[in-house]
Design a protein around this ligand. Structure first.
Ligand SMILES: [Zn+2]
Length: 260
């Protein structure tokens, strides 16, 4: 680990943990998963808290600045971000990957929001839902698996499976804070040039699959599968999916010796 990474990665992890703690606290106050609230309030809370932290030197006015920013963000997101729950077809497909008893799929919301550089990301919401933000791929999901746009649809579906794997991680994580801490640390490592997505044959070294390797293992197996059913035990996705099928976090899963 470089000197920069030695500082930036723990800072990223701490940032993610605090963000997860804020979301969990807000969920206790306003959360109600029976009412789909959408991504507006979650993003409003996240932006508002950032503004409070950045302007805390101003004293009490920082709270007003945070409140105003949160409200404006919620209004803008409410007007510009498109979102929906999974369609019946998407749910059926997701169950072939994550299992019939993956009840957490009912809490998933997909949106056209994207992160830095248009990248997709998945986060827990303050309404008890999980937001898979797919960016441009969101509209391509509607194209259907055949006919015009089928190729874009298949790439979008693979991305959906990847982000749903993150939703599974959130469902089985000890807390939102634990998930976001690890996810943020990985994104810092990625932005510093490390390929945190590569699923390499690590068995025997004691290394474990990180959150991105887990999601990549699952979307890679999904993209290449030729028939319904789970992955062969030789596939790195097998241990990950087996953990989730039994209601456990897959962190700590090891790829098999023949892993790719
Ligand atoms: Zn990912």
């Amino acid at each position: 680990m470089t000197g920069l990474a030695a500082i930036a990665v723990p800072v990223g992890r701490l940032y993610g943990r605090v963000l997860g703690w804020v979301i969990a606290c807000a969920a206790r106050i306003v959360g109600d998963r029976r009412k789909p609230l959408g991504p507006a309030r979650t993003l409003g809370v996240v932006v508002g808290v950032h503004i409070v932290v950045l302007s805390i030197w101003m004293g009490p006015p920082a709270l007003i600045a945070g409140l105003v920013s949160a409200t404006v963000t919620a209004i803008v997101v409410g007007r510009t971000v498109t979102w929906r729950t999974l369609t019946a077809d998407e749910l059926a497909l997701a169950r072939t990957v994550f299992g019939d008893d993956a009840d957490w799929l009912g809490r998933v919301v997909v949106t056209d929001l994207s992160g830095m550089n248009g990248r997709a990301f998945t986060v827990p919401g303050i309404d008890g839902r999980v937001y898979c933000n797919l960016g441009d791929r969101f509209t391509q999901l509607a194209a259907g698996p055949t006919g015009p746009g089928a190729e874009a649809n298949s790439a979008a579906t693979r991305l959906l499976v990847h982000e749903l794997a993150h939703a599974a991680q959130i469902a089985y994580a000890p807390s939102a804070s634990a998930f976001l801490g690890e996810a943020a640390a990985l994104q810092v490592r990625y932005s510093l040039g490390e390929n945190v997505y590569a699923v390499t044959p690590l068995a025997g070294s004691g290394a474990r699959l990180n959150l991105e390797q887990q999601a990549t293992a699952v979307d890679t197996w999904f993209a290449h599968r030729r028939k319904p059913g789970g992955p062969p035990t030789s596939d790195p996705a097998a241990a990950v999916l087996a953990a989730w099928h039994s209601g456990r976090s897959a962190s700590g899963s090891r790829p098999p010796r023949s892993g790719v």
